[in-house]
Design a protein around this ligand. Structure first.
Ligand SMILES: Cc1ncc(COP(=O)(O)O)c(C=O)c1O
Length: 458
C-alpha cells in the first residue's frame, strides 16, 4: 500500500467508528484526521512521512520526550513478571509501594499519603470524594462546597467538568453539579486586569473574589479551593505576583483546604517538582498525572498532607473508593523509572534550568511581532497572545479564528502549538535541546508571519 493509500485507509476507518475527545465530528470527518505514526525525542512523524516538532509534549505530558528505551524496557519486563495485580484486599506490589515512597519524597514536606488512579480526571474525582470524606470524619458534614475559578481546567469526568470553569464543557451536559462554585476574575492579567491596575492590585482583587465567595456561601459550608498553579488548558494564565500566598492566607483563615492541581505543573514543568513550590505555597492536597509517567502509561495520584491523610488513614471504617487500575504494576514501574530519569538527567535541576532560560529568551523574542500582544511564560510553558492591535489589545473577530489559522500553519510548517481561543501555547518536552528550541521558535515566527498575511496584515 502506498503512503497515501495507507493514510486514506486509516482515515476511513477512523471516520467510520471513532468518536474523538473535544471534537466537532462533522468537520473532522469531512477533512480526515492526521495520522501520527512515530515519535523520537521532541519529534513526531505522520503517515505521510512528515516530521513535526512537538511543541506541546503531546497533551502537556511527554516530559522525557518520545522513544525512551528504558521506559519501554521496564514496561516489558514488568508485564512479563507481573502483568497485573490490584492493591485492594490487603495486598500490594513492590511497584506501588516504591512509587508511593518516591512520590512522597518529591512532594513538599508532609504530603506523604498517596492514592493512585489512572488519569488526571480520576485523581481529581478521588480528591473531591476524599475531601468530603475527611470533613465527614471530622464531624463537619456541612463543609461540602468546592471552589474553583472561571477558565480553570480540571478534567472531563462529571466531577472534573464540574470543577472546571469552562462553560462549553458544562452547558451541553447540564453541569456543574451542585456544590461546585467558580470564582472570577481569573488571575489572567492580560485578559482580566483593569487598564492601569498594578499587578499587585490585580492579584489582591482576584484573591478577594475567593474570600467574598467563601463569605457568601458561609465558611462552615466550604470544603476546599482547587487551583492549577499556572492555569493550562484555559489559556496558560500565569498568576500575578502575590496571588498564591494571599489565596493560601484566605484558605487558612476560613479552614478551607487548599488543593493544587498539578496535572500539568507537576514533574518539572515550572522548574521545580511541583508548581506550588515555584509559587511558595503549601497545599493540603496535590493531584498529579501526565508528567508522572511522561505519558508512557496512564497513571495519576493524589497526595494528602498529614492532617487530611492522617484522618483518613486512621479512620475505623472502610474507605470504599478505588479503581481496578489503582497502583497498576506496569504503570507504577514506568512512573518510577520516569521519575528517576528526570532526576538523573537533571531535568528538574541544572539541565532543566538551562533549557528554561533558553526557552524563555526565545519566547520573549517574539514580542516584537506585529501580531503578538503579549508573550508570557514560566518554566517550559509559554503563551503568545494574537491581537489585531498591540496597543489597544483589540482582538480579531470572531474570537478563535486567528488561533485556528495559526494552528493550521503550525502543522503545515512542522511544529505543534496549541490554540486556546487566540492564545498560542507551547509546552515542549523537558529534554528539548537549545538547538531544537531555536528551531521551534524559528518555525513559530514563520507561522506568525503566515497568519498575519492571512489575516490581512496585523
Ligand atoms: C490541570 C489539569 N487537571 C486535570 C486534567 C485532566 O487530566 P486527564 O485528561 O488525564 O483526565 C488536565 C488535563 O489536561 C489538566 O490539565
Amino acid at each position: 500500500m502506498t503512503q497515501t493509500n495507507y493514510t486514506r485507509h486509516i482515515q476511513a476507518l477512523d471516520s467510520k467508528h471513532h468518536l474523538h475527545p473535544f471534537t466537532v465530528h462533522a468537520d473532522l470527518r469531512a477533512r480526515g484526521p492526521r495520522v501520527i505514526t512515530r515519535g523520537e525525542g521532541v519529534y513526531l512523524w505522520d503517515s505521510e512521512g512528515k516530521k513535526i516538532l512537538d511543541g506541546m509534549a503531546g497533551l502537556w505530558c511527554v516530559n522525557l520526550g518520545y522513544g525512551v528505551e528504558e521506559l519501554a524496557d521496564v514496561a516489558y519486563e514488568t508485564m512479563r513478571t507481573l502483568a497485573y495485580y490490584n492493591v485492594f484486599f490487603q495486598t500490594t506490589t513492590s511497584y506501588a509501594a516504591e512509587l508511593a515512597d518516591l512520590i512522597s519524597q518529591k512532594t513538599p514536606p508532609g504530603l506523604d499519603e498517596i492514592f493512585f488512579a489512572s488519569s488526571g480526571s480520576e485523581a481529581n474525582d478521588t480528591a473531591v470524594k476524599l475531601i468530603w470524606y475527611y470533613w465527614n470524619l471530622k464531624g463537619r458534614p456541612k463543609k461540602k462546597a468546592i471552589l474553583s475559578r472561571k477558565l480553570a481546567y480540571h478534567g472531563s469526568t462529571v466531577a472534573g467538568a464540574s470543577l472546571s470553569g469552562l462553560s462549553p464543557m458544562q452547558d451541553i451536559f447540564d453541569l456543574p453539579l451542585a456544590r461546585f462554585h467558580h470564582v472570577e476574575p481569573t488571575p489572567y492579567s492580560y485578559g482580566c486586569a483593569r487598564p492601569g491596575e498594578s499587578e499587585r492590585d490585580f492579584a489582591m482583587r482576584c484573591a478577594k473574589a475567593l474570600e467574598d465567595k467563601i463569605i457568601e456561601l458561609g465558611p462552615e459550608n466550604v470544603a476546599a479551593f482547587i487551583g492549577e498553579p499556572v492555569m493550562g488548558a484555559g489559556g496558560l494564565m500565569i498568576p500575578p505576583e502575590g496571588y498564591w500566598p494571599e489565596v493560601e492566607r484566605i484558605c487558612r483563615k476560613y479552614e478551607v483546604l487548599l488543593w493544587s492541581d498539578e496535572v500539568i505543573c507537576g514533574f518539572g514543568r515550572t522548574g521545580e517538582w511541583f508548581g506550588c513550590q515555584t509559587y511558595g505555597v503549601a497545599p493540603d492536597i496535590i493531584t498529579m498525572a501526565k508528567g508522572m509517567s511522561s505519558g508512557y502509561q496512564p497513571i495519576s495520584a493524589v497526595a494528602l498532607n498529614e492532617e487530611v491523610g492522617g484522618v483518613i488513614a486512621e479512620a475505623k471504617g472502610e474507605m470504599t473508593h478505588g479503581y481496578t487500575y489503582s497502583g497498576h504494576p506496569v504503570a507504577c514501574a514506568v512512573a518510577l523509572r520516569n521519575i528517576r530519569l528526570l532526576d538523573e538527567m537533571g531535568l528538574v535541576g541544572p539541565r532543566g534550568r538551562a533549557a528554561i532560560d533558553h526557552f524563555q529568551t526565545g519566547l520573549a523574542g517574539l514580542a516584537d511581532h506585529p501580531l503578538v500582544g503579549e508573550t508570557r511564560g514560566v518554566g517550559l510553558l509559554g503563551a503568545i497572545e494574537l491581537v489585531k492591535d498591540k496597543k489597544t489589545r483589540e482582538r480579531f473577530d470572531p474570537p478563535g479564528r486567528a488561533g485556528m489559522i495559526c494552528r493550521t500553519h503550525c502543522f503545515e510548517e512542522g511544529v505543534i502549538m496549541r490554540a486556546i481561543r487566540d492564545t498560542m501555547v507551547l509546552c515542549p518536552p523537558l529534554v528539548i535541546s537549545n538547538d531544537e528550541i531555536d528551531e521551534m521558535f524559528a518555525l513559530v515566527r514563520r507561522c506568525l508571519d503566515l497568519t498575519a498575511r492571512d489575516l490581512g496584515g496585523a
